[in-house]
Ligand binder design. Sequence first.
Ligand code: M6R
Length: 622
Amino acid sequence: MCGIIAYLGKKVAQPILIEALKRLEYRGYDSAGVALLGSGAIRIKKTSGRISALEKILDEPDAAETLGIGHTRWATHGKPSTINAHPHLDYTGKIAVVHNGIIENYGTLKTWLQNEGAAFASETDTEVIANLIGYFYAKGDSEEEQKKSDGQNKFEWSVQRALQEMHGTFGLAIVCSDFPDTIIGAKRGSPLILGVGDNEYILASDAAAIVEHTTQAIYLADNEMVTINPEGFHTKTIDNITISKELKQIEFSLEQIELGDFPHHMLKEIFEQPKALSTCMGGRIDSRNNRIKLGGIDSYLRELTRTKRLILIACGTAFHAGLVGEFLFEQLARIPAETEYASEFRYRNPIIEDGTVVISISQSGETIDTLAAVEEAKERGATVLGIVNVVGSSIARTTDTGIYLHAGPEIGVASTKAFTAQVAVLTMLAIELGRRRHIRSDQASKYIDELSQIPDKISQILNQSDHIKQIASANIDQDNWLFLGRGFNYPVALEGALKLKEISYIHAEGLPAAEMKHGPIALIVDGMPVVFIATAGPQYNKIMGNIAEVRARGGKTIVVATEGDENIKQHADHLITIPDVPEFLQPMLTVVPLQLLAYHAAVLRDHDVDKPRNLAKSVTVE
Ligand code: M6R
């Protein structure tokens, strides 16, 4: 979703803003723009389309412009167009704003401002912010308003006044032509981080745009604002209460977010999975004592061990990881568990009984539906645990306790290594709770040993990438695919279909294999690809029956099976194998060929894998 950047320092701002916007591209966007200050009036350049289109319309960088704001827009209110692109200038021409979020009462505010004489050029909610700040800024000239401003500068006061009227969410960077050395940032519901460098400041929606300059940062919380100028910065609430914020270390390096030798971030991240999982599990697996150590949740382990019911909440890929978790907690820990879409959970009047623990899963830690569901669960008295990748993100800060994935930054819009790391964390938690509740020590030791071998086994699957590319190529003209699995591999079937849809734009459905007969079997026509996860396990014979049903109707079977399964060969048009592991560990392996299949299909169809149409990496609006 929208990406915000602001720079204040001694360097020429324009190239810094453009580089930073490129780092934010992965969030998803349809237009981009910058506003620069230093030589008088605010100079705005913006356009619909990619950053490359913006670069084409930029003037030569002006050495006097050492301050500026920039934006990548993911359209919500108003179509993608140059006029709707940010930055937005207010009707007085003095205030420029970039915004991530949604102003829910923008309609009422817009009508009121229009009645007060403010002109609007765009269809966006953001222009209301610019105009309202501009309105208060103009009005603040009166003696009475000046008195109310309590000695603050007029710019800061106007921002506060405007934000107090806003309902909804915002991450903002704001400049004013009367204060050419000042940037104001403010946040409610959308992320905002201030990178603090050597005589320079970078305000951004996420750390990827900051690490090139500094790894020291402050994370703004909701209803907080920061005013930055060459002398330093100060933080306040939007109600004007001064607060002090701790400087934190950003935990990843520039190298981790660069492509290296890979053509796409998605492929890089698929191949990073062995390392990501080793890091995720390293230090947590205590093989000597047959235990899993999850330091972050130590003080909650007794409550978790005694819990009567687990509710897992998440969206998209993280939801599929949650579904795997449901199987894991029931089978290994014997704890009733259910997984819910975060967006449904929060509006469903959910029942939280004594002893219910909610687990929220999110790569970004910023997904607004998941964040809102966490708040809902807490309000209803649940203890909420977060399984999150991005350190210091909103969900990580809002949950009572949590386990970080430590999978490294995930830039590809299609989530891959985060999924396997989420499942790895859920597996560790389920084994540890199981060990505390009922699993014998020798059994736990066996599970832990098998889990620790997963990264190597993923490496073996990655060697089949070229073979999987051939399978994608043989089926690339097909526009409808099915993905079928049972038990632990049913969520993997859903995930395989989601991956194919989001980057290849091929219609795909994922289903528990037995459900096929209850309707979707009608879709099967000659040559339609049906991906089966038919690995060794209690449901193997049942899924063989489903394969026969598909073949009898002319469907083409792409089968993910266990190495050494000779029988399967005669039933598969295309075969991909995974090493033999117990069923509960299979999802971390069976998902890998499906990620590769989707990746190769998207490349073969000539799609921009890391910037799929209409999609955003972290969905920060409802
Ligand atoms: O950051 P989160 O894990 O909370 O994101 C949830 C979904 O938006 C995300 O998994 C999405 O479905 C991905 N594009 C899937 O690849």
